[in-house]
Design a protein. Sequence first.
Length: 755
Amino acid sequence: MEIKQVTLHTRSEEAKQHSKKDGVLTAALVCRRVSNLRSVGTGLQCLYHHLCLPSQDLSDVSVLCNYVHLQKLQLPHNKIKDLSCVSHMPYLVILDASHNDISSFFGFQPPKNLKEVNFSHNRMTNMKDLSAFSSLRHLDLGYNSFSEIGGLEQCCKLTNLSLEHNKISRVGGLDRLPLTHLCLRGNQLERVEGLDNLKSLQVLDLSLNRITTLSGLQNLHVLGSINLERNLISEIQECKHVHDLSLLRDLNLLGNPVQEQPDYRLAVIFLLQHLTVLDKEKVTAEEKVSSVNKYDPPLDVVAARDHMTHLVYHLMQPQVLYDSTMPSADSPYAMLVLTGPQGCGKRDLAHRLCQELSEYFAYGTCHTTRGPYVGEENGIDYHFVSEEDFQNMIHMGQFVQTVQYGGHSYGLSRDAIEDVAKEGLACCVHMELEGVLSLKNSYFEPRYILLIPTQVEKYLGHLKSRGVYSAAQMDAAMSRVELYADTNRQRLGFFDNVIPCDDCEEAFQTLRHIVKEYLVEEQEEGENNNRGSPDNTSTGHKPEEKPLSPPPSRSGSGRLAAHSATALDPSDLSYRNYFNKIQAELRPPKSATELASIRRREQLVREAIVGKSPGIYSQLFKSSAQTAPSSLQNPGAHCSEDSSSNESRASSALTVPSSAGGFSSSVQPLDMSVLGHTLEALKGESPGAPHPDTDLLALAVSPSSDRRPGSNVKPILPPIPSGRKTPASPSPAPSPGPSPKTKAVEEGGDEGGEG
Ligand SMILES: Nc1ncnc2c1ncn2[C@@H]1O[C@H](COP(=O)(O)OP(=O)(O)OP(=O)(O)O)[C@@H](O)[C@H]1O
């Protein structure tokens, strides 16, 4: 057996010597750089089949004419101009001549099995007919100076073609090629054309061009990845051209003007629901859910929205639709909010109140990302959750409001309120001022009671005695007392009552008294409209404690002897009715919105019962003109009650103003218009509304003034409520004479009262 070339030397040294010989490749160097020894012909002879000579400064490789058996030739990063030696290599399969000085396009006789050619980074300008190279599968012609594509028509096996970074302004001549991968990155394309018949195309790179539309891609049904980074696509509606590409998983629109569109990512994710990667970022399950909830909310999400507009849970449950023993179906939830600076004792008071008046109140357990303090119990004091779970809940739209406090997130979930409401009770929660501001912008209308420390030393002592706060935390808490006092001073009626909380027991007695006043007041069915002086400060000195009389049928006395509902039997129907009445009375009268909303909900439930549900996507974008409320774009815009117009109140339902303490909410405001459309679509009563069968995309992507999906469609909003005017609700606790320790607070109250 004869072995023609043997390589036993240190290759790097040899390479250096030969590179100095004017770039002429010698047999000796070849001899040292060949590899892949294999037998040929009769099997009596062995030859090397591969030659690899990168970065050798070679300009003359004519010696290779003698190496007829080469199958793989790699000569990248040299200075080669002439590759005619390849004409003598009939068995060549792979040729890499990238990064050379070659200007002649395929300037050699065709090796009949040539499958892969890399001519990138050369000096070629014109493509010529390659019909003699019919075995070609991979062809890389990137970084040359081609301005036109041509000569590939007969390359019937060509699957991978790269023409990146050339000067191509028009695509043509690729018809019917079996291309699976095509790269036209960095050319001068202004539109997608000439690709229509590439039925096998899976990966398309059109980045770094000047393309303005995705039209031209719609027939590429097996396309899985499109890179359009840094083009000129400016409209989300362009996605309609790739909407039917069911295998599309990866789309890159980075660096396009469309990125500036509001809600760009959610809208694209909604339109292209098969995407797993958008703009090089994985599409998360939360994003998919959020996008569907936003643009095509299922019935339960519509129901959740209704909660925000005071629609009622019970109506969604046909079995309780006409259950008269349930809390009044058309009433919103009752809520009591205790607010005040951290550590002022409001949480203990809330727990105690719920314990003592358990027939009326239950504690609304919030979620938090902070860890439990010693003695705290999960599910009782808080639902202690991870940051990730908290974020997930936000994405799923489960929170009514959230705030950041002391580096942790806190949130009140709809479930927390509903769980209490399902028991037929009013929900008692505690929260910081930012939470109150958030609720004030929602359709919840709780009673707000401010608990405020008036004696610095006592408050500090209390904070210290808890043994859980750092000095910085205590400073932060102390510094916020003035914020609360200021708010009370400057915003008349902002809090329904103010209770000094220096003494816990006294504060509790006052709180209980106030709450009882609420209940008595409501029981008297408006007979007693005098809910106290304009000064909302209460001290617990009760001028007279009014008994809360049970209905006449009830007897006995309990813990709250004069008025205790523990004496009542909750399973007793008359008790329930009595209770419902009180609970209904606790709430302000229904607004026009509530009534309209309730009517729509009833209609929706009726439709649902008879099996009629809105078709998928029927709400998509029909109403999206309103999908980015101003509050979303400008979260601080609605921090003042006074500045909120009715409409902005509606749309900024869950926004936490940033001005008060710099907190912000992560919960997206709800899109009221979606609700309106959903219901109108169901009822078919909206003359201007598109029919559910109307082409989704036509609706979704029509040109719009504000460039929002579907914003061309006039939204139908439910009527905007006037909302309860807090100042109109007088304080239930008559103001006794000022005591010295409440002076600071009362000064504010007096001011307000005079105002
Ligand atoms: N959902 C919420 N929205 C707004 N504020 C909240 C919410 N949940 C809790 N908070 C408030 O965040 C602050 C920090 O809560 P944390 O439970 O850590 O306080 P704390 O040290 O136990 O004090 P406190 O006894 O006042 O609750 C408290 O003032 C609490 O009332």
